[in-house]
Design a binder for this molecule. Structure first.
Ligand SMILES: [Zn+2]
Length: 501
């Protein structure tokens, strides 16, 4: 740390020299008050804030232990390679619940399974081919790659054949003449903005495009379409479709819905601009009766305020195409790592650290809804809630949601993450789907700030597999989660809350 402090001091001298050349030969003098001065004094001495010197030293120990411990990596390997995809309601999801609960018991945590009821949708056959288009060789077909959207209804078993209408946006769709899509297949060809993702705004690019996946099927059904295709919400380059949930408007007929890769969307757009395109489409997913499932909850009891709770969490369910490594096996195992590190380092913070492996984030967040309902009376005792659900690339710091006062409160915590390049503090509107309702009630929410340039290349595809996780980045994420959780659980005063809704 000494070296970091010296570097910070050198940076301060440099900044002083460039920003007030005329008046300031020395470091401390009459430097005008303002944001720059504040930042500089923080660099020189970040202080210990709501923690003692010993507690700050514990944060450094936790960080270093996270960086040199392969517990999270081994757990991720088991969840992904041994158990596999963990779609809500599936036998693998049930197995994962059992496994994670057992692992948490082995660490000495107090484990409970919180019952929830989840959808049980299973993928079936999914094939498509063009049977008519401009320039076709007689007697041939052309394959179209696709995958059903989660929750999609099926086509007839033998499939359906219909003309494909391609629109780039909802605006273009609304501008079509009445009856233009009746009996047809609509392709919403809204491109995921790869340029946004390339500058680190992957979440924003996702937010812009995902509305077509969510609402496209009902919008098209309302106008008489018989099926919907959406251009994949993601940046994959290898003709990989990205699945994800679609949500039917209950007042409109449900029609089959699938995602096509960018390559197939481009091809369909080109051919449809040249003339009539007809597709034969078979999708045979099934929606089975809902099943019981569980949030896995494991408490590392607080030494003086066990009733006060800090959540650390990720979601245990995943899509079925890959093995759910980056979404969100990584979030689960870095949270497991928090409990593991408390045990390994013999730390017993004042407040309870509550690990939660949420169930059903992908198909409707039933697990989070159950938790919010069953713990409604205890929300005041929830002092903070980190969730990791934005992948597992290099974290550049901590993103929080809630009171702006959290930015200052976090300074000494973030300072301990500087050696791993994770000291930036950002206020974000969203930090995790599962903790959203807690955050809306005033509980401070946190998540590692991810490098999101690559996450959406694999998100919800068959390529979301163990190899996509860099062990060093996983360890860095575990360090951010563990240091943040410890800081929340052991501070002299709780993290500032917002008033909530
Ligand atoms: Zn996720």
């Amino acid at each position: 740390m000494q070296r970091a402090a010296i570097q910070s001091a050198a940076a301060l001298v440099f900044l002083l020299s460039i920003s007030c050349e005329a008046q300031a030969p020395a470091i401390q003098p009459a430097f005008p008050a303002g944001p720059l001065a504040q930042r500089m004094s923080r660099l020189l001495d970040p202080g210990t804030g709501a923690w003692t010197q010993e507690q700050v030293a514990a944060m450094a120990r936790i960080r270093d232990a996270a960086m040199s411990d392969d517990y999270a990596l081994a757990e991720l390997r088991h969840l992904t390679d041994n158990i596999g995809p963990r779609l809500s309601g599936s036998p693998q999801a049930a197995k994962a619940v059992e496994y994670v609960a057992e692992e948490m018991r082995a660490l000495g945590a107090t484990v409970s399974l919180e019952k929830t009821t989840v959808p049980h949708w299973v993928r079936g056959t999914e094939t498509a081919e063009l049977v008519h288009w401009q320039g076709m060789a007689p007697g041939t077909t052309q394959k179209v790659v696709l995958t059903a959207l989660g929750g999609s209804v099926a086509t007839p078993a033998a499939g359906l054949t219909a003309q494909v209408v391609v629109v780039p946006s909802f605006e273009a769709f609304k501008a079509l003449p009445d009856g233009a899509v009746k009996g047809k297949i609509v392709l919403f060809n809204h491109a995921f903005d790869k340029e946004l993702a390339a500058v680190g705004l992957g979440g924003e690019a996702y937010g812009q495009a995902v509305v077509y996946r969510g609402a496209g099927p009902s919008v098209a059904a309302a106008a008489g379409a018989v099926a919907v295709l959406v251009r994949s919400v993601g940046g994959a380059d290898f003709r990989l479709p990205h699945t994800g949930a679609t949500f039917y408007d209950p007042s409109v007929e449900k029609i089959p819905a699938a995602a096509v890769p960018a390559e197939d969307a481009d091809m369909l757009a080109t051919l449809a601009a040249e003339g009539r395109v007809e597709m034969h489409l078979i999708l045979t997913p099934q929606t089975l009766p809902k099943v019981e499932s569980y949030n896995v909850i494991a408490d590392w009891k607080g030494s003086t305020h066990p009733e006060q709770v800090v959540i650390v969490s990720g979601h245990l369910d995943s899509w079925d195409l890959g093995t759910g490594a980056i979404d969100d096996g990584a979030g689960v195992v870095v949270s497991m790592q928090v409990i593991h590190l408390m045990q390994k380092l013999g730390l017993h913070p004042q407040r309870t650290i509550r690990f939660i492996a949420w169930m059903d984030e992908e198909s409707g967040s039933e697990g989070a809804a159950t938790y919010a309902a069953e713990h409604a009376a205890e929300i005041k005792e929830h002092v903070g809630a980190p969730e990791s659900d934005l992948g597992c690339d290099h974290p550049t710091g901590i993103t929080f949601a809630g009171s702006s006062a959290l930015a200052d409160w976090l300074q000494p915590v973030a300072h301990q993450l500087e050696p791993i390049g994770a000291s930036l503090i950002t206020q974000g509107p969203e930090v995790g789907e599962d903790i959203e309702s807690l955050v809306s009630k005033g509980v401070p929410g946190f998540t590692p700030t991810q490098d999101s340039r690559f996450y959406f290349n694999y998100h919800h595809t068959a390529a979301d597999t163990f190899d996509k996780v860099d062990p060093k980045h996983l360890a860095q994420n575990a360090a951010v989660m563990a240091v943040t959780a410890y800081a929340l659980a052991d501070s002299s005063t709780p993290a500032p809350r917002s008033t909530g809704q």
